[in-house]
Design a protein around this ligand. Structure first.
Ligand code: SF4
Ligand code: ZN
Length: 290
């Protein structure tokens, strides 16, 4: 591996992230920011960067963290431990909340009900992140999405012919519903490989295992395709990212959200996907029992 000079590398990463925060006004004084932490490298870097940003810029805003326990045996426990270790070190309060507590079943218990386990996992995780941040009266939810994630999501919308997802791109999603806590992505312009290098050179504890269900996802195929293209032609990812920025003017304010008639959470169509899925799962479980 190329020798990395720690101080200049850290300076580059901080400049990259801090510029995104400032350019897009992701964080303002006196706000309460909830960081979604899984224990993986992206969310751990987000946690450290927001903490460093507050300290170095001498700003006054609150930081909390939440870790969603989907219930993936032999995998998530380590992630929670790592999230806890980092939060304790930075003195950031952490809430752990599980699928089991909310719905009475873990992801392991329902993983074979759908073609991809990532579908129910993603729907439920987004639901809980929003619900908990809203209950904690947070102004924003910061997630660890990096540049590679954004490019993958962008290509996935084409693969699925799902242009409804376009408003979800960009470093900041506006508040378009009274119960919606806006998302911010401070690592939006940072390539994934740099996230990994930062954790290694700074000796930061991270949970570095792959989720056992990730092989079933479209994202994992798109990710390997992009890595292969990048290996063959350096700069490909950056070029896709640039094209993406040139192609889209992100008009989020035009998107209207309704309230779910069951849970009250923001949704394009009522009932929301989480409630619809919960109903479907409870019918399947009842069916299995007889
Ligand atoms: Fe959930 Fe899929 Fe991510 Fe695993 S890979 S944590 S199942 S979204
Ligand atoms: Zn609902």
């Amino acid at each position: 591996m190329m020798k990395i000079e720690k101080n200049s590398f850290n300076k580059y990463v901080e400049e990259n992230v801090f510029t995104t925060i400032e350019e897009y006004k992701l964080i303002n004084e006196n706000e309460k920011i909830m960081i979604g932490v899984s224990g993986g490298k992206d969310s751990i870097l987000t946690l450290h960067m927001i903490h460093n940003y507050r300290k170095k810029m001498d700003l006054n805003f609150n930081i909390e963290a939440v870790c969603i326990d989907e219930g993936i045996a032999g995998y998530r426990e380590e992630g929670i431990k790592t999230a806890r270790k980092n939060c304790e070190k930075l003195d950031i309060p952490l809430t752990v909340y599980s699928f089991k507590k909310e719905w009475n079943y873990s992801l392991d218990e329902i993983h074979n009900l759908y073609k991809s386990t990532c579908m129910p996992c993603g729907v439920y995780r987004r639901y809980l992140l929003n619900k908990i941040s809203d209950e904690h009266e947070c102004d924003k939810i910061a997630t660890g999405h990096n540049m590679d994630d954004e490019i993958q999501s962008f290509l996935m919308t084409f693969a699925r012919n799902d242009q409804n997802k376009f408003p979800k791109f960009g470093p900041k999603l506006s508040k378009i519903h009274e119960n919606m806590v806006p998302r911010i992505k401070p690592l939006w312009r940072l390539p994934e490989k740099d996230v990994g290098i930062w954790c290694v050179v700074n000796n930061i504890p991270i949970h570095d295992e792959e989720c056992p269900y990730s092989v079933t996802s479209l994202r994992s195929d798109v990710k390997s395709l992009l890595n292969r293209l990048e290996e063959k032609q350096k700069g490909t990812k950056n070029n896709i990212f640039k094209s993406f920025m040139k192609t889209f003017t992100l008009k989020q304010e035009k998107v209207k959200l309704n309230s779910c008639e069951i849970c009250g959470q923001p949704t394009a169509k009522s009932p929301c996907k989480a409630c619809e899925m919960t109903k479907e799962i409870s019918e399947l479980i009842t069916h299995q029992q007889f």
